[in-house]
Design a protein around this ligand. Structure first.
Ligand SMILES: Cc1cc2nc3c(=O)[nH]c(=O)nc-3n(C[C@H](O)[C@H](O)[C@H](O)COP(=O)(O)O)c2cc1C
Length: 213
């Protein structure tokens, strides 16, 4: 039963580009067969609490003596980690907010990046190694290679480092830029390229879902 974890984090419930593209991915996934299932987690509509205690970054065996994270917070973290390691692939809607991640998505990363549990530390633990992760990065502005703000994107790099380098996942990134071309007066001339990026983003999402699923 190929299972996809679909994470969304946009605060836009009606016109979100990242939600539209994760939906294309998810719909393509379920279209591959009745056995293809999805676990959906909307991190904006149902946000996780911030990590209750720094000791939760570590498994119990690696915590400082006397560390006593709240039991309910630890149980929730175990649930989130189990949810991740039980699936075959992950698709993540990751809008750019202030050049970085929506805070609700950052919290999810804080829950799942645990040395010795999801990434090797005192052992070889890497349960997500080789599994696909598809990041859908929507952004209002322009961050093309060679553009003035090319190195201002701090949304995608942390996801690539945590999911790819630390967890060993096979990460693909779909970037849809210029989403504010219809809103920001100075970007009016970008509308055609914005529309093309959106079309290409949906197409790539469907292709990846078919390939991975
Ligand atoms: C709180 C907030 C902060 C934003 N910060 C940026 C930014 O730093 N750079 C940018 O290009 N766009 C920024 N935007 C615009 C979003 O990246 C853009 O609207 C994108 O399409 C959001 O993804 P969504 O369509 O899935 O909601 C911001 C939007 C919001 C709501």
């Amino acid at each position: 039963m190929p299972t996809l974890l679909q994470l969304d984090s946009s605060a836009d419930a009606t016109g979100s580009v990242s939600r539209a593209v994760t939906t294309t991915f998810a719909d393509t996934w379920t279209g591959l067969g009745d056995d293809h299932v999805i676990i959906r987690r909307d991190l904006h509509a149902d946000p996780l609490p911030h990590l209750a205690d720094a000791s939760l970054h570590w498994p119990a065996r690696l915590r400082s003596p006397g560390a006593t994270p709240p039991a309910d917070a630890e149980a929730l973290q175990q649930q989130i980690i189990h949810e991740l390691i039980s699936v075959d692939a992950v698709v993540i809607g990751a809008p750019m907010y202030n050049y970085s991640l929506p805070s609700v998505l950052k919290v999810w990363l804080d829950y799942i990046h645990i040395p010795g549990v999801t990434t090797p530390f005192d052992n070889d633990a890497q349960p997500m190694a080789g599994k696909p992760a598809v990041i859908i990065s929507s952004r209002g502005g322009i961050y093309d290679p060679g553009s003035a703000n090319a190195d201002w994107d701090h949304t995608v790099p942390p996801l690539q480092i945590i999911l790819g380098n630390a967890l060993g996942m096979d990460v693909s990134v779909i970037k849809v830029s210029r989403t504010l071309s219809g809103v920001v007066p100075g970007m009016a001339g970008e509308a055609d390229r914005a529309a093309e990026e959106l079309r290409a983003g949906h197409q790539r999402a469907a292709e990846l879902a078919r390939k991975i699923g």
